[in-house]
Design a protein around this ligand. Structure first.
Ligand code: GRF
Length: 211
């Protein structure tokens, strides 16, 4: 059983420059992504992602993470902001916060994250640096559903990127980022179209019912 997203309303969470948010905005504008970006929320007041949202005429909300009694309280506030806008799919786009179960329970199989490595290799911080240090010959991007375990949820889309001999962290990150901008709209559209389910750790397609 794959959850449907009947309202097709996205909430995008950012902490920084928001280039992946931009790829989603562009995909909606071009019609490649049949969805509404209902709100963009950041925990960082001067995140450029908020500016991108405003320029696109989309509501931009800053919800700072400091001063809350607990991480659960912050997550409860986040859930309230998203639910107030009838968001049914949450897209993390460089959102540098780890959720408590409060957020994950509120949106089961309805939070997506994008990570610049081929998970399960190189979770966490600086995945491009980890890839170079390890000496892998390919890396890439993973879009996955968010569970309680960091960077470990069921994988929706992956794309492979070569690691070149003369790469440094910046050049590898740039090559991966170009693929991120294709992979994220593709993964969101795929989920919105339905006909998928989570089978163990796998996201698998469901064939249409036979007539
Ligand atoms: C991207 O590399 C994304 O994969 C990671 O954080 C970075 C965010 O970049 N989770 P941007 O803010 O979308 O430009």
């Amino acid at each position: 059983m794959g959850p449907a997203f009947p309202r097709r309303r996205l909430g995008v969470l950012v902490s920084g420059r928001g280039s992946n948010l931009q790829s989603l905005l562009d995909a909606v504008l071009s019609g490649r992504l049949d969805a509404t970006i209902a709100v963009v929320i950041s925990n960082v007041a001067d995140a450029y992602g908020l500016e991108r949202a405003r320029r696109a005429g989309i509501e931009a909300v800053c919800l700072g993470h400091r001063g809350w009694p607990s991480r659960e309280d912050y997550d409860r506030a986040l859930v309230a902001e998203l639910q107030a806008r009838a968001v049914d799919l949450v897209c993390l786009a460089g959102f540098m916060r780890i959720f408590t179960p409060v957020m994950v329970r509120a949106f089961p199989n309805a939070i997506l994250n994008i990570h610049p490595s081929l998970l399960p290799s190189f979770p966490g911080l600086h995945p491009q640096r980890q890839a170079l240090t390890h000496g892998v010959k390919v890396s890439g991007v993973t879009v996955h559903l968010v569970t309680d375990d960091l960077d470990a949820g069921p994988i929706v889309v992956q794309r492979v990127v070569p690691v070149l001999d003369d790469d440094d962290e910046a050049s590898l990150a740039g090559r991966i980022l170009a693929e991120e901008h294709e992979a994220y709209p593709q993964a969101v559209q795929l989920l919105l179209e339905g006909r998928w389910r989570v089978d163990g750790r796998r996201v698998v397609g469901e064939s249409a019912p036979q007539a």
